[in-house]
Design a protein around this ligand. Structure first.
Ligand code: ADP
Length: 192
């Protein structure tokens, strides 16, 4: 004991599955910072940084932002002092190459991905939630066209990560329907 061991937890789920909401609660519970690539990108878009300007077109269309933008963001966070005990990743990795990159970055720190929580929500409920969020928050990618594209990208590019991590025995599936509190309790149990 005495040495710093990172605990790295990841939340995987389709758009609208509640990664952001549950990520925040679980990160507080585990006392590790939440890293949401979606939030980081939206902040960059809002601040009109060069990175944000590049990312915006991809995001509005519901496409993934290119890896060279994402990798820099993640490396910077993993190297930052608040991440020394681990991070809770939400929305990253989203593709197998991103998962391989995060493996390399963590390996250099003598760490790895310890737990992958998969938030399971039915497709119909996902679309309903995203359309409701569109009406309430006005996120520029919450329109039917972008939602359809994001769900397709999820099935094609992100869902294969479940099998990728299942081979390591780190995956736990969590039922993502119910109240925020109910789901949060399930997440805490699954992350333990
Ligand atoms: P959602 O999962 O509801 O689509 P996110 O906030 O996780 O919401 O992501 C919003 C958008 O940000 C994505 O559609 C994509 O364009 C971009 N994005 C977020 N994370 C990544 C990532 N790891 N790689 C590439 N693009 C990303």
């Amino acid at each position: 004991m005495g040495e710093n061991v990172m605990k790295n937890v990841m939340i995987l789920g389709a758009p609208g599955s509640g990664k952001g909401t549950q990520g925040k609660l679980l990160a507080e519970h585990l006392k590790i910072p939440q890293v949401s690539t979606g939030e980081l990108l939206r902040a960059a878009v809002k601040a009109k940084t060069p990175l944000g300007t590049k990312a915006k077109g991809f995001m509005d269309k519901g496409l993934l932002v290119p890896d060279e933008i994402i990798f820099g963001l993640i490396q910077e966070i993993l190297d930052s002092p608040p991440a020394k005990n681990g991070v809770l990743m939400d929305g990253f990795p989203r593709t197998v190459p991103q998962a391989e990159a995060v493996d390399r970055m963590l390996k250099k720190k003598g760490a790895g991905v310890d737990r992958v929580l998969v938030l399971d929500v039915e497709e119909r409920e996902l679309v309903e939630r995203l359309l409701a969020r569109a009406a309430k928050e006005g996120r520029s990618d919450d329109n039917l066209e972008s939602i359809t594209q994001r769900l397709e990208v999820y099935h094609k590019q992100t869902a294969p990560l479940i099998a990728f991590y299942e081979k390591r025995g780190v995956v736990k599936k969590v039922a993502g329907s119910g109240s925020v509190t109910q789901i949060s309790e399930r997440m805490k149990t699954a992350a333990a």
